[in-house]
Design a protein around this ligand. Structure first.
Ligand SMILES: Cc1cc2nc3c(=O)[nH]c(=O)nc-3n(C[C@H](O)[C@H](O)[C@H](O)COP(=O)(O)O)c2cc1C
Length: 245
């Protein structure tokens, strides 16, 4: 997971796929193998995958879709985001374009007793189709998402995490060697509230993945604490803390 740092700058959401390119059997096998190597955030939450042809879903892009199924336990959506973002980044290293695809509908809502959560559309891309200048990717100003001292090569990197509708629900407060990570509840998007909450929880898992890759890259050791989400009317809900040495 931690050697994926450079892919943070290369990945992007692929929306146009060249129909003349396709993944080989070997590449598909490599993806299957990779799925077994992804690190979970929560070891006791079951997660399963199906790779199907895009035509078997409502998705309009990519050659294949990866359908994600999970146990519905505490923080399971955080777990989904954290795990599958590792795949998104790894796929960029293999010149496979990916798009998290919340809007897509799966043909099958249950698999191995687990519930369908989300899909990722993917297909072969050309190296030159990946992101060339990450600073041109649209993101919120740092002042909005980060309060307290900045961490060089971390603060300015984690903000490039992908999120549903680019809603970037993450907010960070860094104080006393503790990075506190919150989910903003004041995010607006075209999705209905219920859906947005689901996607934003996945977004937060993606953000934790970026945070850990960036911290490790800068040689920080850390201890991660996950918070139990309380239902409340707060504008920001605490998701996790990283205590750094
Ligand atoms: C949970 C999630 C759901 C998403 N759903 C869709 C979608 O349904 N359709 C789409 O075109 N992009 C979707 N995206 C991609 C985002 O729009 C994209 O990540 C964001 O605009 C940032 O752009 P970038 O990924 O190119 O950096 C989704 C992303 C995430 C993380």
């Amino acid at each position: 997971m931690y050697n994926l740092y450079d892919m943070i700058f290369k990945r992007k959401s692929f929306r146009r796929f060249d129909d003349f390119l396709s993944l080989s059997i070997e590449e598909l096998q490599k993806i299957e193998q990779r799925l077994n190597k992804l690190l979970p955030l929560l070891a006791d939450v079951k997660i399963r995958y199906r790779i199907v042809k895009r035509e078997e879903t409502t998705c309009k892009r990519g050659e294949y879709c990866l359908l994600v199924y999970s146990d519905q336990k505490e923080n399971h959506l955080l777990n989904v985001g954290y795990i599958l973002e590792q795949l998104d980044l790894w796929m960029a290293s293999q010149n496979i374009g990916v798009c998290w695809y919340g809007m897509g509908k799966s043909d099958k809502l249950k698999h191995d007793g687990l519930d369908y959560v989300i899909m990722l559309a993917f297909g072969k891309g050309r190296p030159e189709e990946f992101r060339k200048d990450y600073t041109k990717a649209k993101r919120k100003e740092l002042e909005i998402i980060w309060v307290g001292q900045h961490i060089p090569n971390v603060t300015n990197v984690v903000r490039y995490a992908p999120s549903a509708c680019n809603s970037q629900p993450w907010r960070v407060v860094f104080e006393n060697q503790c990075i506190r990570i919150f989910r903003s509840t004041e995010v607006r998007s075209i999705f209905p509230t219920e859906k947005l909450l689901l996607y934003n929880r996945i977004d937060m898992g993606i953000f934790l993945c970026f945070m850990e890759i960036a911290l490790r890259h800068e040689q920080y050791e850390f201890k991660r604490l996950l918070c139990e989400e309380q239902s409340s009317n707060e504008k920001q809900i605490e998701i996790a803390q990283y205590i750094i040495d």
